[in-house]
Ligand binder design. Structure first.
Ligand code: NDP
Length: 286
């Protein structure tokens, strides 16, 4: 029987998720239909779309911009949230809480949210052979994407973390909020600074800002350097990566993270493990 999945967003026409998940289905021999689902940008429409989808027999949904926080709110008051979704304050993967359904809960009350973005990033870095254990990491950005990767980075065993952001108070607030939410994060000393003040040597610098969507460039200090530079953005030339490639750093854009988070969502929904290296090789050629 065909299993149905969607990715909900606005805009959504550009999403590569249907292509990625269709490949996963081919790899695992599962019959699926995975579609893009446009949704008007308001909370009521999002809830209506989600409920109609699961009432219609849908198995799982991905959530993308601008609905990750709304999805979090929906799950908070219903079937629940994974630890990573709780800390991230955002949901990118929706499914139904089977334990609640078995107890007779209505579908609308059984919505469960997970967040696979951060672990997708860690898995991609690991596949590249980038050492995370003991790494001194600088993370630029203090929005939703940055929030979702702090716990996975700490779980991966990094030695230190500095969060830099254009608006300093948002970086400070993020550190305080995450430390209050997770004992593991509270144990890690995290510095916060303005992006323009970020300086010195790091093992790894991650760009989790949305600057790649604009014509702006980050104000990177001349004294800033690293061995590995990662930009979560993908699909276009990225000045952040060009800056560090010119200084001999290894670099990567975020396409592998996208595939990585998708693989974890697929595994969560279907119980089938994805050969991410094989899928990435195929997707990179297509
Ligand atoms: P948010 O809107 O939540 O946060 C945006 C961040 O970018 C803030 O820190 C903001 O700083 C900073 N920023 C925006 N414009 C500028 C600018 N002109 N100069 C300096 N800083 C700027 O976005 P998200 O966190 O949700 O997403 C960030 C990026 O991560 C996006 O490009 C998204 O595509 C990517 N992403 C990639 C994924 C993948 O799988 N590869 C998964 C998830 C996200 P300030 O606080 O000062 O406004």
């Amino acid at each position: 029987m065909t299993q149905h999945f969607i990715v909900i967003g606005n805009p959504i026409a550009h999403s590569k998720s249907p292509k990625i998940h269709t490949l996963f289905a081919e790899q695992t021999g599962i019959d699926i239909r995975y579609q893009r689902q446009y949704c008007p940008d308001d909370n009521a429409s999002f809830t209506a779309v989600v409920e109609a989808f699961f009432h219609g027999g849908g198995v799982g949904a991905n959530v993308t911009v601008p609905f990750k926080q709304v999805a979090y709110d929906c799950c908070l008051s219903r079937g629940g949230l994974s630890e990573h979704a709780k800390i991230a304050g955002a949901v990118n993967t929706l499914l139904l809480n089977k334990a609640l359904l078995d107890k007779g809960a209505p579908i609308a009350e059984a919505l469960y949210g997970d967040n696979t973005d951060g672990q997708g990033l860690i898995n991609h870095m690991t596949s590249l052979g980038w050492p995370l254990t003991g790494a001194r990491v600088a993370l630029i950005g203090a929005g939703g994407a940055a929030r979702g990767i702090v716990l996975p980075l700490i779980e991966a065993g990094i030695a230190s973390l500095t969060i830099a952001n254009r608006t300093l108070y948002k970086a400070t607030e993020l550190v305080n909020e995450l430390s209050a939410a997770s004992p593991m994060i509270a144990e890690q000393h995290i510095d916060a600074c303005e992006t323009a003040q970020l300086s010195g040597s790091f093992d790894m610098i991650i760009n989790a800002t949305s600057i790649g969507l604009s014509a702006d460039t980050l104000p990177l200090s001349e004294s800033l350097n690293c061995q590995y530079a990662y930009d979560m953005m993908y699909g276009r030339p990225l000045p952040f990566l060009q800056h560090f490639a010119a200084r001999s750093a290894q670099t990567s854009d975020g396409y592998g993270m996208l595939i990585g988070q998708a693989a974890l969502s697929f595994e969560r929904w279907t119980g089938h493990t994805i050969d991410v290296a094989q899928a990435t090789a195929i997707l990179n050629k297509s």
